[in-house]
Design a protein around this ligand. Structure first.
Ligand code: SF4
Length: 364
């Protein structure tokens, strides 16, 4: 892009800045971290967008969306004011695509450079990577941010084409995830995530799970975030029904089973009904109930990999059970005192050959 083009875009953006009201306090949200909930400023560099994704509040043709642009200096300063007053602890910076994606990405990176340089801010910054930016720009973003994200939006190329013309999983999202994946060893402590909408185009859980299984096996992706579709007024999908948020929750549970508990695609497929997860059951319980030949599990002898497949037993609980049984044979629920989810665990286990649960009918 030459300087003339940049100037044209910038002068348009500056007009939007003058016209718009900015209320950043409404952009604070709580994000979950291992240390608890943390307030983050989640903000767009600009709400202008040339694209017309059918689900999006910022789509070009949605006249009711307020259009704003926050110049990098101003955004960095506003963030620091909020940070210093204790209102926020980190920044998640995204943007609409206005002009060339490289241009707006450059502005986003500038914002973070100002934070890191002028304000010596060394806290958490998450940058969303714009579709279509170059490998060099991806690396620039990775240099300044703690985390980058490249949104899948949905699980399949043909579905994405229907809802977001101009975006491509195969030509853009996956190559970019791969680029970040290759760069990550150079940037210790940094990470990438992706995001997928659920229920935007009638996709089944099986399609979503196949996609996340592929991503988790092939790339270092810290998290796949799911968001249940909710229709936005004045968009082409405004009459589409909202997705049940419980479906989003079940998919998170499944993602954990694949990433941390060694479940593979076949395990997951064994619990699907017509390609979807039963919403009324925790997926780990559904899997256990679909495999009565493996349960109840004897807590004194089961290895770690089997223990973590027992409903109610997480990674820490499995370690605790192994530690306790080294000292003495576990023979009654009293021996599990202090362990979380005992009632649930007892439904799927035996202690010294004896069953203390209340779901014997599963095994009969
Ligand atoms: S490119 Fe992003 S901001 Fe623009 S319409 Fe699509 S989803 Fe919305």
């Amino acid at each position: 892009m030459d300087d003339k083009q940049k100037f044209r875009i910038l002068s348009k953006l500056t007009t939007f800045e003058r016209d718009g009201e900015i209320n950043l306090e409404s952009c604070i949200y709580l994000t979950s971290t291992p240390k608890g909930k943390v307030p983050i400023l989640k903000v767009m560099q600009t709400t202008m967008c040339d694209r017309n994704c059918t689900y999006c509040v910022f789509r070009r043709d949605r006249d009711s969306t307020p259009r704003l642009y926050i110049p990098s200096e101003k955004l960095a300063k506003s963030f620091m004011d909020m940070y210093r007053s204790g209102m926020v602890r980190g920044l998640f910076l995204s943007s609409g695509i206005f002009g060339h994606p490289e241009f707006i990405m450059e502005k986003m990176i500038d914002t973070v450079k100002i934070l890191r340089g002028k304000y010596a801010f060394n806290g958490y910054v998450h940058l969303k990577l714009m579709p279509g930016v170059s490998i060099q720009t991806v690396e620039e973003a990775l240099k300044v941010a703690n985390r980058v994200s490249i949104n899948m939006e949905t699980c399949k190329e043909e579905r994405l084409k229907k809802i977001a013309k101009g975006k491509s999983i195969l030509r853009d999202t996956l190559p970019k995830i791969e680029t970040v994946d290759k760069l990550l060893p150079k940037y210790k402590g940094k990470s990438q995530i992706t995001q997928m909408m659920v229920g935007v185009d009638g996709e089944t859980d099986e399609e979503i799970i196949s996609a996340i299984h592929f991503l988790n096996r092939r790339y270092k992706i810290s998290r796949v975030y799911f968001s249940a579709f909710f229709p936005v007024k004045d968009t082409p999908l405004e009459n589409r029904p909202p997705e049940n948020p419980l479906r989003e929750y079940r998919l998170y549970q499944l993602d954990f089973l694949i990433r941390d508990y060694g479940f593979d695609l076949e395990d997951i497929k064994s619990i699907l009904v017509k390609g979807n997860l039963p919403l009324n059951k925790d997926p780990k319980e559904a899997w256990a109930q679909a495999h009565p030949d493996l349960f109840p599990v004897e807590l004194n002898t089961a290895d770690y990999n089997l223990l973590i497949r027992v409903p109610g037993i997480g990674i820490e609980t499995a370690k605790e059970i192994i530690k306790r049984r080294r000292g003495k044979r576990l023979s009654s629920p009293q021996d599990l005192k202090g362990i979380r989810n005992i009632k649930k665990i007892l439904n799927y286990t035996t202690l010294n050959g004896r069953y203390y649960g209340s779901k014997l009918s599963i095994y009969l």
